[in-house]
Design a protein around this ligand. Sequence first.
Ligand code: IMP
Ligand code: MG
Length: 424
Amino acid sequence: MNHIIIGAHWGDEGKGKIIDILAEKSDIIVRYQGGNNAGHTVKIENQTYVLHLIPSGILHPKKICVIGNGVVLDPEAFFEEVKMLHGKGIKVDGRLFVSDAAHLLLPYHRLLDQLKEENSHQDHKIGTTKRGIGPCYADKMARLGIRVADLRNVNSLKVRLGVVLEEKNQALRKLYNHPGLSFDEIYSGLLKIRKRLLQFSISTSNYLYEASKKKKNLLFEGAQGTMLDVDHGTYPFVTSSNASVGGAITGSGVSPTLIDRVIGVVKAYTTRVGEGPFPTQFPPKLMEQIQKQGNEYGSTTGRPRRCGWFDGVITKHAVRINGLNEMVVMKLDVLSGLPEVKIATGYRLGGKILKDYPTSTDEFSRCKPIYESMPGWKEDISSATRWKDLPVNARRYLQRLERLLETPIKIVSVGSKRSQTIFL
Ligand code: IMP
Ligand code: MG
């Protein structure tokens, strides 16, 4: 069986933990989009691992991990992560493969991302992770990218980098009054990592095709979430890749006919990090409380995440875009102790009532949520392992979500440990 895991909100739904659990039954775990802007936190026993670029499946000693062509790969970040894993006794050689068609994220991408954010007017800042993701994908589309396979031939690499860097340095000088970056430094940096990176690189699309012919189970690990998707999210306050289901196809070179199920991950509430409208955002006091209870701080940037009530409108949008077959609800325990819990089932925009996400970010920013309120529960549910361990109001809350989303909830998580998971 081949499964795709998708974030159905704005990322940080807790995909890391679920991937770690589902990896058990998979043979190969595939990252297909994004880069080291992602942060997947996995807690195993008393160790916490944060992975940005390498699939979280790497924590299972026997599994194969693939970084697909849709990922933008920062070699410095990649080797740092390999080193971190080796430091913790996790070997990657022979079981980690990088697509030779993946684009390299290079120092000018990072610099341009930082300068653009810093020089943008407050209203136009995206609140990026400043990892260079946007500029790298822009180069890919503009046909100015350098791919892993380009490392094979140093002569053509040298010419290509020369042409590309000249254009980048002109932009740096003209737009940001920056002296530009040194060709020799970037080129020698690439020469240093070239052989080692090529050892990891294969045609991952071929590899996955052959593996699925042999009935290997593939698990596609999404990063970010549907509302950060460059096509279907809150544009322009999005990341620069397809974080929704299509990204798994183009970003891996695996046909949609080979996919069996698409699993959507949400939190029991909604969070967002970075700029952009967020209709169900909590008032300040409740926000602070949930941020604390849920430890809602970005695992890549440390920024506090904005928190709010469960937004049923965007989640239904995600159910439709991704064709979600089932849902996973994370962090239900964080809502314990609230006198009431609310779900947005529609928006009010001027005199109109909207049931669907309106596309226009201007309209979305003026949407006022229409809430359904339900009584909360006081009990600590962090040791619940079965449906019947949950207080009746928590069950009602989940049942309401199922009805609203018209999608079955198959897993509920009540804490960060592997054991704090209810399978339904
Ligand atoms: P970028 O991906 O660094 O360009 O950032 C674009 C937007 O996506 C910003 O709002 C970031 O905060 C957000 N973002 C990027 N990666 C993640 C993630 O892994 N989780 C949550 N938000 C993210
Ligand atoms: Mg994250």
